[in-house]
Unconditional design. Structure first.
Length: 469
């Protein structure tokens, strides 16, 4: 359950920041229109920072991509930028991918490898046609195990070379395992780079005035009475969160526990606190827009979000683990560990725990040997099996019979199996046809092997991964 909460937290934060920046941030189209397209000079790499040019690694990168494009038809763009302003690197990567049209038209087999220096962030963005070949987890492992270790040593050029090598290894061997994917299979030239401080330049945000950068944050901090009137919804939302936490805190210090109390708090706390937090954030946006060039005040809510998450998790943990009172003798019961509680579970229930679809707590009374079984939702959902009636029926694989295109939808066969009784079932799933992106992107179908042209006209699938160093 904690994994789901963590994932929901992460997605909520990303959604909130992305929405605020996309609504009020600098125009992505304007920023991207100023970037020179490397394909116009028959290249694949745009280095606006300088370390690839300084080290000479840009030549090797272009040669490697040209060779692999001739063999696989996959187009790879490498872009190194000083800054993307207030935009998130992921948002920028998707927009740049769509604008340039990386990948062949109809195949959508493009890949963008982006480095944003001032945010110390790397992104790999994949086209629709590459998502099943270079999966999100593969992109993440390439960044974390091949690129980031070199970047932390300030070997930027070598990191980009190793990252490209991992990407190309994944393209040529779609079935490659993760360990083989990130295993270096060649020796690399030891390119030398300057320290990161040599390449970081002051941005507009860093040279603007202190009050302009902090926006309305100072006003809220030093003029609380006036701020309460001006930002009533913001303070009301924070007050509701505080009341809810106080309520949960009082419940958590009760000398006894109860599953119903846990479920009520867990369910309502997850939505109540997050709705209040997002409301607080959006209530600041109009004033922040007119009060500063940054989102300093709004982004200060992100630490509050982490406090919400960890605070809720602490309270939920207390509510779930507070000792139960024995229904027979009213004495305190003891919660059994995951090994001992199997003695009180059926084989099907043990299977549910093994696949993490359900989690059981067994409370035992030493005095009168009475047990209480409590059932909780696991973090890997499964359906109820119609044969054995355990929550162990899940999709184990998918076979694509027909891929969706712009003219017709696709057809997939989803293979289901019960982890307990082994009941199997195949279900046909019709997928929607692809829709063309409304964003204007360059690329008129020119071949990338020609002399000076453009990208092939591909589209981003939104897949890939990002990592910071």
């Amino acid at each position: 359950m904690s994994s789901i909460c963590s994932l929901n937290l992460f997605r909520s934060l990303l959604l909130f920041v992305a929405l605020s920046q996309s609504l009020f941030g600098d125009s992505l189209k304007e920023q991207i229109s100023k970037l020179p397209n490397p394909r116009l000079t028959n290249g694949w790499v745009l280095d606006q920072v300088g370390y690839l040019n300084d080290s000479g690694a840009i030549s090797e990168l272009n040669e490697r991509i040209s060779r692999s494009e001739a063999e696989t038809q996959v187009e790879i763009a490498i872009v190194v930028l000083q800054s993307v302003g207030d935009n998130s690197p992921k948002e920028f990567a998707t927009a740049l991918f769509e604008t340039w049209g990386i990948g062949k038209k109809g195949k959508d087999n493009g890949i963008l490898f982006l480095h944003v220096v001032d945010q110390r962030r790397l992104e790999i963005e994949t086209g629709y046609g590459m998502e099943s070949i270079l999966t999100d987890i593969k992109c993440k492992r390439i960044l974390d195990e091949l690129v980031i270790p070199e970047f932390k040593k300030e070997n930027f050029s070598l990191g980009m070379i190793k990252g490209l090598s991992g990407i190309q290894r994944g393209i040529k061997n779609p079935e490659i395992g993760l360990s083989d994917l990130v295993t270096e299979q060649e020796e690399f030239f030891p390119y030398m780079d300057q320290p990161i401080s040599h390449y970081i330049q002051p941005t507009e945000n860093t040279i603007s005035g202190e009050n302009k950068g902090m926006g309305i944050f100072k006003r809220i901090l030093f003029e609380p009475k006036q701020s309460v009137k001006e930002f009533f919804i913001f303070f009301l939302s924070l007050g509701m969160i505080a009341v809810w936490f106080l309520f949960g805190g009082l419940l958590s210090i009760l000398p006894f526990g109860n599953q119903s109390i846990y479920k009520v708090y867990s369910y309502f706390g997850k939505y109540f606190s997050w709705v209040s937090g997002i409301t607080a954030g959006f209530s600041l946006l109009p004033a922040e827009l007119s009060g500063s060039d940054t989102f300093f005040s709004v982004l200060n809510l992100i630490p509050i979000g982490f406090i919400l998450y960890f605070g809720n998790r602490k309270i939920e943990n207390r509510l779930r683990n507070n000792p139960r009172n024995c229904p027979s003798c009213s004495k305190k019961m003891q919660k059994l560990n995951e090994t001992k509680d199997n003695a009180y579970l059926s084989p099907g229930e043990i299977t549910e725990e093994k696949i993490y679809s359900v989690d059981y707590d067994i409370w035992n009374c030493k005095e009168c040997d009475v047990q209480i079984k409590e059932r909780y939702t696991g973090h890997l959902p499964a359906s109820l099996c119609k044969k054995c009636h355990y929550q162990t029926f899940r999709c184990i694989s998918v076979t694509v019979k027909r891929k969706a295109d712009y003219d017709a939808g696709g057809l997939e066969i989803h293979h289901y199996e019960c982890a307990h009784c082994k009941l199997t079932e195949n279900r046909q799933v019709h997928t929607a046809k692809l829709s063309r992106s409304s964003s204007g992107k360059s690329g008129g179908g020119y071949s990338s092997s020609g002399s000076g042209g453009s990208w092939g006209g591909g589209s981003s699938g939104g897949g890939g991964a990002g990592s910071s160093y």
